[in-house]
Design a protein around this ligand. Structure first.
Ligand SMILES: N[C@@H](CCC(=O)N[C@@H](CS)C(=O)NCC(=O)O)C(=O)O
Length: 230
């Protein structure tokens, strides 16, 4: 049966941008499962599956509804053990949690601020008003003030990628010889910015860029099918 993935979009339903939804989409594709994205705007999130969650991604697989990208990946691993593994065992689950925390606490704050005004620009009028109000309350600043700091923080952000950059001298994927969910966690963060904003967070000649390009090619170029923001 086709799995439903409630996937965050703005005005253009063909440009999903949420980092967490990209993680879930890549996990579903990695397992080779048949799934259909249900384009969902911010203001529609509370209505999904009768209020099943406050955030997306959410998936419905038969009679099961699961929210949270990491919980979705764990569910898929357990429900479909004979399909390609997302974690490579229990140790892989624990390591993926470390990668998830690193991504959330080190990458997301900078990437989110760099793309903030562009993310606002992707929304229709009602959703843009919600986005501005909720994010300005969170940051205690206007969206424009938040994004204006991105040039100042760029060099430090790029330097913070050194653990990933130097790891890529030993192995092509965070998962080792092949990609695992840990790769999709970090990929989701960069895809968020790629879809929303033309701002260059990664230098062209960088092992992290080469790894991200390899991620875009995975699963028949699923990520690349959404063009980079111009
Ligand atoms: N830990 C959650 C985070 C999900 C999350 O924060 N989703 C955002 C979109 S990227 C959301 O649904 N936000 C709803 C809102 O801001 O109203 C996960 O990994 O799925």
């Amino acid at each position: 049966m086709t799995i439903l993935l409630y996937d965050l979009v703005g005005r253009d339903a063909s440009r999903p941008f949420s980092p967490h939804c990209w993680k879930a989409a890549m996990a579903l594709a990695h397992k080779g499962l048949d799934f259909r994205a249900v384009p969902t705007r911010f203001l529609e999130v509370p209505e999904i599956e009768n209020g099943a969650a406050k955030t997306v991604p959410v998936i419905r697989d038969g009679d099961k509804v699961i929210s949270d990208s990491f919980a979705i990946a764990l569910y898929l691993e357990e429900a479909y053990p004979d399909l390609p593994t997302l974690f490579g065992g229990e140790g892989g689950k624990a390591h993926a949690r470390f990668v998830e925390r690193w991504s959330q606490l080190t990458l997301h704050p900078y990437l989110g601020m760099a793309a903030l005004t562009a993310l606002h620009g992707m929304q229709d009028e009602e959703n843009a008003a919600y986005f501005r109000q909720s994010r300005e309350a969170r940051f205690g600043k206007t969206l424009e003030e938040v994004t204006a700091a991105r040039d100042t923080g760029l060099a430090a952000f790029r330097a913070s990628l050194e653990p990933l950059r130097s790891m890529l001298a030993y192995q092509p994927w965070i998962g080792g010889e092949r990609p695992l969910f840990a790769d999709y966690i970090v990929y989701g963060a960069f895809q968020w910015v790629r879809v929303a904003s033309p701002y260059g967070v990664l230098p062209k000649d960088d092992p992290v860029t080469a790894w991200f390009e390899r991620c875009l090619d995975l699963h028949e170029g699923m990520g690349r099918r959404v063009a980079a923001a111009a």
